[in-house]
Design a protein around this ligand. Structure first.
Ligand SMILES: *Cc1c(COP(=O)(O)O)cnc(C)c1O
Length: 410
């Protein structure tokens, strides 16, 4: 039953949930930016692992989590892995990214996908954010393919670097989605593989279809700050079952014989444990309620803070968001130092606030990599403030955040 009240979750056993309740929190505790809500059957399932001894990388919960996750997003199968970053690494390898290739990636993102590209020995090319949606700019992707690249046989070659553009990683940020249909079309016309980074977008749909189901492969994360968690964990899906089989092979040490220790390729130990999967199955059961409550919080922030003069991202038509992390921009003309002071003031008032990730193209770690027409991502990063967005955020804490933001603005 949808409700407009931000009521706290029913507390079913787990004692630490009480931390989330402002009435029980100590005076010095902060309203957290995003914390997990461990409830439902989590204790029961994890206890089953402990009681039976099935705690490691083999066990019924691993298979069950993969199957139920695949059903949740509408995929024909899924492979569980240790975290979202390894999910991206394995997906990139499985679609054929090789050392010396180039991979287009969002400039405005958490750094994980960029690191995954570099684990493959490939070169990232940074693509600007779109000014309204803050997601990878699809028009610039099209223009990059058209003006900066040329086809040689099957390969798309970057004319300046001479390297092959093998793949693109559109990152769906903040519980919203890229203009993914347009990006996938441009990539298909250019012979470029698409690996969707859906780490922040579990539960997000575009025209009814779950994100991650548009590209050749996709990665999800169950880190503690994501909409659902397994402590740490990730998942890969792929359109082609052969690609998914390759992910399974690479993430389980590339075993070439059921019994004998025969290996023809370098593999990785990226397996998810049964303990993590047990938590995952329980969290997945709670996803509908997480999505529902986060939508209530997201819509209320939108109403309250746009009325206070702040700006936020505008989703494309057809996107059903999860409002993973509610983020607003301070007014145009706000300097980065003013934004830093604003966030420090929120933290001093015990409100967990952060800026968006530093743009990646101008970090020391990105020295020497190509950045294509970067304008908007810098402006968004410089003025951004992310606010407490846990599904368990109480009415009272929500009001404290809004009142504090308002008073700091005036
Ligand atoms: C969290 C995140 C990841 C990586 O997930 P981990 O599980 O922490 O490795 C990847 N991409 C984005 C955009 C993320 O926010």
């Amino acid at each position: 039953m949808p409700s407009n009240k931000l009521s706290p979750p029913r507390r079913r056993g787990p004692r630490h949930l009480k931390r989330l309740d402002s009435r029980l929190r100590g005076k010095d505790d902060i309203i957290p930016l995003h914390v997990p809500e461990i409830g439902g059957r989590a204790w029961e399932y994890v206890k089953e692992c402990l009681d039976t001894g099935w705690v490691s990388s083999v066990g019924s919960f691993v298979t069950r989590f993969e199957t139920e996750f695949a059903a949740f997003v509408g995929a024909s199968g899924a492979v569980g892995v240790v975290n979202g970053t390894s999910a991206l690494h394995a997906a990139l390898l499985a679609v054929g990214v090789q050392p010396g290739d180039e991979v287009l990636v969002s400039d405005l993102t958490f750094i994980a996908p960029v690191n995954a590209i570099r684990y493959c020995g490939a070169f990232p090319v940074f693509i600007d954010a779109d000014a309204r949606s803050w997601q990878m700019d699809a028009a610039k992707v099209e223009r990059f393919f058209r003006e900066r690249c040329e086809k040689r046989g099957d390969a798309l070659i970057n004319k300046k670097s001479g390297r092959r553009v093998r793949a693109i990683v559109p990152v769906h940020i903040l519980g919203f989605a890229c203009d993914i249909e347009r990006i996938v079309l441009a990539a298909a016309q250019s012979g470029v593989k698409v690996v969707e980074d859906a780490a922040e977008a579990l539960g997000v749909r575009v025209n009814g279809k779950h994100v991650g189901m548009f590209g050749d492969a996709a990665a999800f994360s169950f880190n503690g700050n994501k909409i659902m968690t397994t402590g740490g964990g990730g998942m890969v899906i792929a359109r082609d079952p052969a690609v998914l089989a390759k992910v399974r092979y690479l993430t389980t040490q590339a075993k070439d014989d059921e019994l004998e220790y025969v290996h023809n390729h370098v593999g990785y130990n990226y397996r998810l444990t049964n303990l993590q999967a047990a938590l995952g199955v329980a969290q997945l059961e709670q996803m509908p309620s997480f999505i529902e409550r986060k939508a209530v919080i997201g819509k209320r922030y939108l109403t309250e803070l746009t009325a206070a003069g702040l700006q936020t991202l505008e989703p494309f038509a057809g996107v059903s968001p999860t409002y993973w992390l509610n983020t607003f921009l301070l007014p145009r003309g706000t300097s980065i130092d003013q934004r830093k002071r604003f966030i420090r003031s929120l933290i001093e008032r015990r409100i967990g606030a952060r800026p968006l990730w530093h743009t990646i193209h101008d970090l020391p770690v990105s020295d020497g990599f190509e950045a294509y027409e970067i304008e908007n991502s810098l402006d968004i990063y410089r003025r951004s403030v992310s606010l407490p967005s846990s599904a368990a955020l109480t009415d009272r804490d929500f009001q404290t955040v809004v009142d504090t933001v308002r008073s700091l603005l005036s």
